[in-house]
Design a protein around this ligand. Structure first.
Ligand SMILES: N[C@@H](CCC(=O)N[C@@H](CS)C(=O)NCC(=O)O)C(=O)O
Ligand SMILES: [Fe+2]
Length: 304
């Protein structure tokens, strides 16, 4: 059985199946990455919906992934985050409870946990990554079914960001967006535009035909949402790479743009949940869960 499967799995390793789910509230893309040979899959960057006006959470976006998985007869083996998100809550914990799949994120998440633990004043929070089943270091490899996935450490947007590379597909999250939008911001706590420049150069060393799947699409000029490019297209068309030809130019470009960007509306809501692997804070004595919002913790605000 194993041998028969191996003989048909070679093409799938070259070009895995990728299904994308665009979440319109935070312009996020959730992915299902599938090994066609075994129909095992990974859910990448799943979103736990949050309505900030009423402080209501909902699992509609995550449930759409589960419905798809069920309809297609897939088996969820992994729940992967590319980084601790600053603009939405991660549905990793909810999906772990529903599927029993293995959760994972980049190993440097412990640095992000330490940073935000101090910002939220959570002295008892364990900043040890124990909230995930597996932590990936640069160069680590793992399998979805029979398909090998490589992990590239890709910091800049956050201290802990990683890119997942499976065959000709790379999940590059918030590094490069679609070529007409450029690159991700590097001004969150722990962000670093010089590290982002090095990360982008590393991603661009993947083969030209590599399919690049981004983490957000902000639909510039009202175009329809898009999330897939290639290394060749990014080299030829990315608006930030066209303007910045070296690290110094890129750092200057990013600093100038980042100085104009307001904080994501959910940054303080999201990080306390996301450093806990997508777990909401435990219920208090009335059975209700509460978020904690530190005041004046993020410096002077930039307004819309
Ligand atoms: N307006 C959005 C901003 C989200 C945001 O800052 N997104 C990050 C990725 S997590 C980014 O890199 N944005 C790039 C940009 O806005 O130029 C919100 O409030 O959620
Ligand atoms: Fe992000």
């Amino acid at each position: 059985m194993k041998h028969a499967a191996e003989s048909v799995s070679a093409p799938s390793i070259l070009s895995p199946r990728v299904d994308a789910f665009f979440e319109r509230e935070t312009f996020s893309i959730q992915y299902v990455l599938t090994d066609p040979a075994t129909r095992h899959c990974a859910l990448i960057d799943p979103v736990l919906d949050y309505d900030e006006r009423s402080a209501t959470t909902s699992t509609a976006s995550a449930d759409a992934l589960l419905s798809f998985v069920e309809a297609e007869g897939l088996r969820v083996e992994w729940i992967l985050d590319t980084h601790p998100h600053a603009d939405h809550l991660s549905a990793a914990h909810y999906l772990k409870e529903r599927t029993g799949a293995t959760t994972a994120i980049g190993a440097r998440v412990t640095d992000v946990q330490r940073l935000w633990k101090a910002l939220y004043n959570l002295p008892h929070f364990p900043a040890d990554g124990s909230q995930w089943d597996r932590l990936f270091a640069d160069g680590d490899r793992f399998r979805i079914g029979e398909m090998e996935v490589a992990v590239l450490f890709s910091p800049g947007h956050t201290l802990a960001s990683v890119t997942y590379v499976a065959g000709d597909a790379a999940f590059i999250h918030d590094t490069l967006f679609m070529p007409d939008f450029g690159s991700a911001r590097c001004d969150f706590p722990g962000g670093d535009p010089a590290a982002m420049w090095a990360t982008i150069q590393r991603i661009l060393t993947l083969p030209d035909e590599t399919r690049l799947f981004t983490g957000h699409d902000y639909m510039p000029n009202g175009r329809p949402p898009a999330w897939e490019s290639t290394v060749a297209r990014q080299k030829a068309e990315n608006i930030h790479l066209a303007k910045a030809k070296n690290e110094a130019e890129f750092v200057a470009l990013r600093r100038a743009r980042d100085a104009t960007l307001p904080m994501p509306k959910l940054i303080l809501h999201a990080l306390q949940v996301n450093i806990a692997g997508g777990r909401l804070p435990p219920p208090e004595s009335d059975g209700r869960r509460y978020l904690k919002i530190p005041l004046n913790a993020l410096g002077s605000p930039v307004r819309d």
